[in-house]
Design a binder for this molecule. Structure first.
Ligand code: COA
Length: 170
């Protein structure tokens, strides 16, 4: 698979915030609350809920294969220097966690680790709303670029990023 990923990037200064704030407003009007793991509390219990949500959504990534165990997930995604719970956006419907958009800090750039929305909440703009909400973290990091990559068959994720202004990386 190496070399065949669709690598995308977004110039932070070119992000059309006014256009995409509308997704946040629409989400809230639909009863979805956006927050971060830092706000909710980066506790062992919440890490477990995050893991379960990530695992459920990752099952729809083409050729993702078997997901990490909780311990592997913690080691690879949470116990790393680039992890920051302020960069993990959570979408809530009441008490239920229905979406996540995790971004890690790499200094000059940030990396979109995982964006996932529970199947029954898809197609309502929740992913774009979460990533727009997460731009506060991106600016806080002082990053100039957001990077991500996808399996070429992951058309919804690629389309979602292109809608936000992501372009093919150099
Ligand atoms: C990719 C994913 C996060 C999109 O979440 P979503 O909340 O349904 O997406 P949105 O409703 O915000 O859609 C945003 C844009 O993406 C595009 N899009 C979303 N789903 C699409 C689909 N099935 N086909 C084509 N375009 C699609 C559209 O451009 C849409 O913009 P529009 O509504 O203004 O037309 C969701 O499908 C998911 O969780 N997939 C499984 C996990 C995954 O693959 N994550 C990405 C890898 S990290």
């Amino acid at each position: 698979m190496a070399g065949q990923w669709v690598e995308l990037e977004l110039d932070v200064s070119a992000f059309d915030a006014d256009r995409f704030e509308e997704y946040v407003t629409r989400c809230r009007a639909g009863g979805i609350r956006l927050t971060t793991l830092a706000e909710l509390g980066d506790t062992p219990e919440h890490r477990r809920v995050l893991y379960e949500l990530n695992k459920e959504c990752a099952a729809d990534i083409p050729e993702r294969g078997e997901f990490y165990s909780f311990d592997e997930y913690t080691e690879r995604r949470l116990e790393v220097p680039s992890y920051d719970p302020r960069g993990v956006v959570i979408a809530l419907d009441g008490e239920a966690w229905v979406g996540m958009a995790a971004t890690s800090d790499h200094g000059d750039f940030v990396f979109n680790e995982m964006t996932g929305v529970k199947a029954e909440y898809r197609g309502r703009g929740v992913s774009i709303a979460m990533k727009t909400f997460g731009m506060g973290f991106v600016r806080m990091c002082g990053a100039r670029t957001i990077r991500t990559f996808h399996h070429p068959a992951n058309t919804s994720a690629i389309a979602m990023n292109r809608t936000m202004g992501f372009v093919d990386a150099d």
